[in-house]
Design a protein around this ligand. Structure first.
Ligand code: FE2
Ligand code: FE2
Length: 149
């Protein structure tokens, strides 16, 4: 059975591809709008469901609380970038520059989760708990997708 760490990594790998796809678009095109909207919805729903599963657990454990807080703050930062990009002119060259900053921030966030945060959480959580958290994540993600759309 899948645990929370491999489940989240699956999303991250998809998000890495989606980020490349948006970066390859140009101007105020249908391709850019669709690829960006798909990315925004999936990344936002992922972050919310992640906070309701893995990070809820980490925040409740004194040894993991700081790492949990750090990630939640980065989710907030990504939300702000998304809001800003939605409201800006997709045709402006500044849009892609700003998108590339978000892309770097998200890549950093996912690498840090995989290399530091999940590693620390893995040491503290039982295999069973890690599987339960994957179930919670899988229940929440589709609901969050409809909320953030
Ligand atoms: Fe995250
Ligand atoms: Fe994540």
């Amino acid at each position: 059975m899948t645990d929370i760490f491999s489940r989240l990594k699956q999303d991250h790998d998809r998000h890495r591809q989606m980020l490349e796809r948006v970066a390859d678009t140009s101007g105020d095109s249908k391709e850019r709008r669709e690829a960006f909207e798909q990315l925004r919805i999936d990344v936002s729903a992922h972050a919310n469901a992640e906070e309701q599963s893995l990070y809820a657990e980490m925040l409740s454990r004194p040894d993991l609380q700081d790492k949990g807080r750090h990630s939640v703050a980065e989710h907030k930062e990504a939300d702000e970038y998304f809001e800003d990009l939605v409201s800006k002119d997709f045709d402006n060259p500044g849009w892609l520059t700003r998108f590339k900053t978000l892309k770097e921030r998200l890549e950093h966030h996912m690498d840090e989760e995989e290399n530091e945060i999940f590693a620390a959480a893995k040491k503290d959580l039982s295999k069973q708990r890690a599987q339960e958290l994957a179930e919670i994540f899988n229940e929440r993600k589709p609901v969050e997708k409809t909320e953030v759309a």
